[in-house]
Ligand binder design. Structure first.
Ligand code: SF4
Length: 380
């Protein structure tokens, strides 16, 4: 697999919306699990949706959530069989699953490997018990280490680890200890996410009540700068704003999103993009089950992207990649429109040192990477 060429085939995303407990910072489309019966009902609806909508060739499969690793391996196998029944799956494609360290043991990981899952994205978030506790995670630092070891023992040779930085009270020294510890385990891939305090989360409320210190932007910027400096010295190349990998281990599924390729999402809150149309399912898992049961369709909305909007969305996606936008490719797809419509905003961002341009590419500068959302707003 390569991250250089646009792909034929679609990325397939499977959303599993259940979590054992909501983390203190989370505003994702996930809800606390109450019974296995609700998982079974959800799975039934999911399989029904796959049988109705899945078609074509799958280039990648990704189980995300929520916490997909709460599914027993037998149910994961059934979902993969359903995809295989309705879509062509080439051998050796990337099949990923997000794993919460509190939800699996050594035999679960062996069984998951047997289903065909070949890449794990471990939601570690920190290797410090103090900060795991602050984030409201349900696992310990020892769980992180143990699960990583078990995953290797089970034969997973493509493991990604998520780490959060900019946690209230976290210093640059804390982050250094965290990441230095993690690279010693030598995962193939690292996703480094700056914490955003989402309104109405317990963590944001604690900060608003001054029970926890507000993360300081300058410290978070220093952390990002250090991460970008440190990881290449350890053999990790940054290929996207938050993602670093050893050679050949960029996440193929996410690369499809960033290269504006087509994807099919199944499950509550899942998004799809096909033939210039973006669509999304209802977010509430119970409504999803009801809608699939009654109408065989859980789509909540769709929009056709056209004109300048289509170019600006594509521009923002590819600017996330460190290799930047290939100007020739944009000209081939959109003609001179892309340049004509965005030249003023691009010049403004270049003059402020957030974008850099040469004959072949347009890319974010290191300063621009840290304020990428502001740069993207200018391009909207
Ligand atoms: S495990 Fe992930 S999806 Fe679930 S509550 Fe925590 S952050 Fe949210």
């Amino acid at each position: 697999m390569t991250d250089k060429e646009p792909h034929k085939g679609k990325g397939v995303y499977i959303h599993i919306p259940f979590c054992l407990k909501k983390c203190a910072y989370c505003d994702f489309a996930s809800q606390q699990l109450h019974s296995h019966e609700e998982v079974n009902q959800y799975l039934e609806a999911l399989l029904s949706e796959i049988s109705i909508r899945a078609q074509g060739q799958a280039y990648t499969v990704y189980f995300g959530g929520g916490t997909p690793s709460i599914l027993p391996s037998g149910q994961v196998a059934v979902v993969l069989q359903a995809i295989r029944r309705h879509m062509e799956i080439k051998p050796l494609i990337e099949i990923s699953m997000e794993v919460n360290p509190a939800t699996v043991d050594d035999s679960d990981l062996v069984q998951l490997k047997e289903t065909g899952i070949n890449r794990l994205s471990l939601g570690l978030q920190s290797t410090s018990d103090f900060f795991l506790n602050r984030l409201g995670r349900i696992h310990s630092a020892q769980d992180c280490k143990q699960v990583f070891y078990w995953a290797r023992q089970a034969g997973f040779n493509n493991i990604s680890c998520d780490l959060i930085y900019g946690i209230p009270g976290q210093t640059l020294k804390d982050l250094k200890e965290d990441l230095q510890q993690l690279v010693r385990w030598s995962p193939e891939h690292l996703s480094m996410y700056a914490l955003h305090l989402e309104p109405n989360t317990p963590l944001a409320r604690l900060v608003a009540q001054h029970a926890l210190p507000e993360p300081d932007d300058d410290t978070t910027a220093d952390m990002y700068a250090w991460i970008r400096e440190f990881l290449p010295t350890q053999g990790y190349k940054q290929y996207e704003l938050s993602n670093f990998s050893k050679p050949g281990y960029a996440c193929q599924h996410n690369m499809m999103y960033w290269q504006n390729q087509e994807y099919l999402g199944f499950g509550s809150a899942a998004h799809s993009y096909s033939q210039g149309v973006r669509s999304w399912n209802v977010q509430d898992k119970e409504e999803y089950v009801r809608k699939i049961g009654r109408k065989k369709n859980a789509t909540e909305g769709r929009e056709k992207l056209g004109g300048i909007r289509k170019i600006s969305e594509h521009l923002m996606l590819e600017l996330r990649l460190t290799r930047g936008v290939k100007k020739r490719q944009f000209k081939d797809i959109y003609g001179d429109d892309w340049n004509r419509n965005f030249s003023q905003a691009i010049e403004k961002m270049k003059s402020r040192g957030f974008l850099a341009e040469d004959r072949a590419t347009l890319k974010l500068t290191p300063r621009g990477m840290f304020v990428s959302n502001m740069v993207f707003r200018e391009l909207l």
